[in-house]
Design a protein around this ligand. Structure first.
Ligand SMILES: Cc1ncc(COP(=O)(O)O)c(C=O)c1O
Length: 353
């Protein structure tokens, strides 16, 4: 990232080509049937671009299956683009139930696209995308199945073909451990081929973006050169770690250490372990009146540990992520810090509920 390369320079063009090819390889799909479209910006930009591009300007109907903030964000994206959106909601601390989707799709409305989040990072739930994908296609093979896999791609196994996914979104700075700056869409060529002129936005038009990239491996507009150079390196490190096997093993080990240590300190998880992933874990606030999240957060921050506030609407909780360049020893160190902070705040241990 300390080097500047020209966005239309040969070295950068090779870098873009490498990344696009490698991401399809990592996704485990055919280079002939799928394309990889990097999009400048954060994950939300690519999700927005996917909706904008996939759906015609008039008459399209979408079903968003949601059980948390990122599902709700997809609803907002549709609303802001003027796309007719229906919602099938589930409780935020539960996984999506495929049988309910079967019923929802069995009604009179024919959906052009059904969307779901794989790892709902607001709580940590992993949704049964493969089962849902089968139901979507059994109901109507022409319905596009879109999956937000932003916080899971690369570390939670998902067979894109088996899950009948047509459009798949992720970003540079989650499980593939790049830095922020761009996100990407992996899409079926047969779907993208029908999308010319759909996008209501020039910058978020994936059809135009991929057409230009396929011709020249150059972006239409200024690309995040430094982020992409860093990402190329991140993909090399991903290979060395053993791809999804290696990365999932380390993240799950991180989560296991966290789970064991936090349980020892009395903290309760929001989710039933059956539906929880190993990407991020939500903990309920303890009852102790001395527990104050902002102070807890600040004190951990002073010790160089950055946690997350909660993101579910109806429960007071905080979250601890276990992805990125974090290793089991980091989790051990975090637990020492959590214990020290609780003692310094005068919180009784183990914490009470
Ligand atoms: C599942 C999921 N979807 C969407 C987003 C939004 O991504 P961004 O904040 O990069 O726009 C996130 C971010 O954490 C996420 O975890």
């Amino acid at each position: 990232m300390l080097r500047d390369v020209g966005s239309r320079d040969k070295e950068f063009i090779e870098c873009v080509k490498f990344i696009r090819h490698k991401l399809i390889e990592i996704a485990g799909v055919s280079q002939d049937d799928f394309c990889c479209v990097p999009v400048q910006g954060s994950g939300t930009f690519a999700v927005d671009a996917a909706f904008q591009t996939a759906l015609p300007r008039e008459g399209a109907k979408v079903l968003v299956i949601e059980n948390g903030s990122y599902g709700k964000r997809m609803v907002k994206i549709c609303e802001s683009a003027g796309i007719e959106v229906h919602t099938q909601s589930f409780q935020e601390d539960c996984a999506v139930e495929p049988e309910v989707i079967e019923d929802a799709l069995g009604g009179p409305v024919v959906y052009d696209l059904v969307a779901i989040v794989h790892s709902e990072t607001s709580s940590g739930v992993i949704n049964p995308v493969t089962e849902v994908g089968k139901i979507v296609k059994e109901n109507n093979p022409d319905t596009i199945f879109l999956v937000d896999a932003i916080s899971s791609f690369g570390a939670v196994r998902l067979d894109i073909e088996e899950a009948n996914i047509d459009i798949f979104v992720s970003s540079a700075n989650k499980c593939l451990q790049g830095v922020p700056g761009f996100a990407f869409v992996i899409a079926r060529n047969s779907v993208i081929a029908k999308c010319k002129g759909n996008s209501r936005s020039l910058a978020l038009d994936l059809y135009d973006q991929v057409t230009q990239l396929d011709k020249t491996n150059q972006f239409r507009f200024t690309p995040p050169t430094h982020s992409m150079l860093a990402f190329k390196r991140a993909l090399e490190e991903y290979e060395v770690e053993g791809r999804v096997e290696g990365r999932s093993k380390r993240y799950a080990a991180n989560r296991d250490i966290l789970r064991e240590g936090m349980t020892r300190l009395g903290f309760q998880e929001l989710l039933d372990p059956k539906v929880a992933g190993y990407i991020i874990t939500s903990y309920k606030y303890p009852k102790d009146p001395k527990f104050n999240f902002q102070e807890f957060y600040n004190r951990l921050n002073e010790k160089d540990f950055v946690i997350y506030p909660g993101k579910v609407l109806d429960a007071d909780c905080f979250r601890i992520g276990t992805i990125g360049d974090l290793h089991p020893q980091d989790m051990v160190d975090l637990l020492v810090a959590v214990e020290e902070v609780c003692r310094d705040m005068g919180i009784e241990l183990p914490v009470q509920y």
